[in-house]
Design a binder for this molecule. Sequence first.
Ligand code: ZN
Length: 301
Amino acid sequence: MGEDSGLHDVTAPAAAVSWPDGHRAAATLGFDMDGEDVAITVDPESRHRLSAMSHQAYGALTGVPRVLELLRRHDVRATFFCPGYTAERYPDVLRRVRDDGHEIAHHGFMHEAMAGMTREQETAVLDRGLEALDRVVGLRPVGYRAPMWETTYATAELLLDRGFLYDSSLMDSDVPYELAERPGEGARSIVEIPVSWALDDWEQFAFVPELFGPGVIEDPAKSLAMWTAELTEAHRHGSCFTLTVHPFLSGRLGRLRALETLIETMQSMSDLWLAPAGELARHVRSLGLTPRVFPRPEIES
Ligand code: ZN
């Protein structure tokens, strides 16, 4: 941190952004393809629990095909954030995602939260995830979403070194912005597509005994009501509605029907731009926004 940065030298709020082609607001659907990897990272012994593993496998085996059918029927393209381990375990599933024209983005290798990692450890995870996506679907992603949305102050720089255009893991705004990799002159920036715990199905549906915390299983009507309220206001305010759902959770029949209703509401908003996160990021990059800085908070020693 530079000498000119004091305790309260926090960046300004993100400015409103304009959307292309007369659109008033934007929305993007992100399907995080967490599989067995997220469970094994939480508890390595869980890989011996066939039932717990099968709960996670529901995503690739049943949820993703159903999600793809839904998106095809509504002519919607989305972003699939895929851990490298899931990609390698279910290569044909990820190839179907690619072949349906969706964006595939990076989501770690074993769904590792970056918090507490050294720069070298974080680098190794990023590169291992990139290698897996290259091997399985032959692509170099432009987007990254940190598992558990846990990034570090090194993440932006490491992503930029690897040619990424955008990250989607931070929560200080509801409009995309340019994030400087560090304070000071000459810093590069990465587009940030911000997320929110309130717009994530994990908090609604994740429940595996002795694995994912206390767990809850909510009524899909509840999440639909919550998400519709946020969508309506995002549309009114001209911001960006970024929804995160997991095929192993939202691929279940009743939940998928609720998601379909949400998509129908989106499509009834004629001036809402619904696009993969990568397309939103390219638009934001074209605006030439001034990058914002987010210095690490200092504490008195
Ligand atoms: Zn995840």
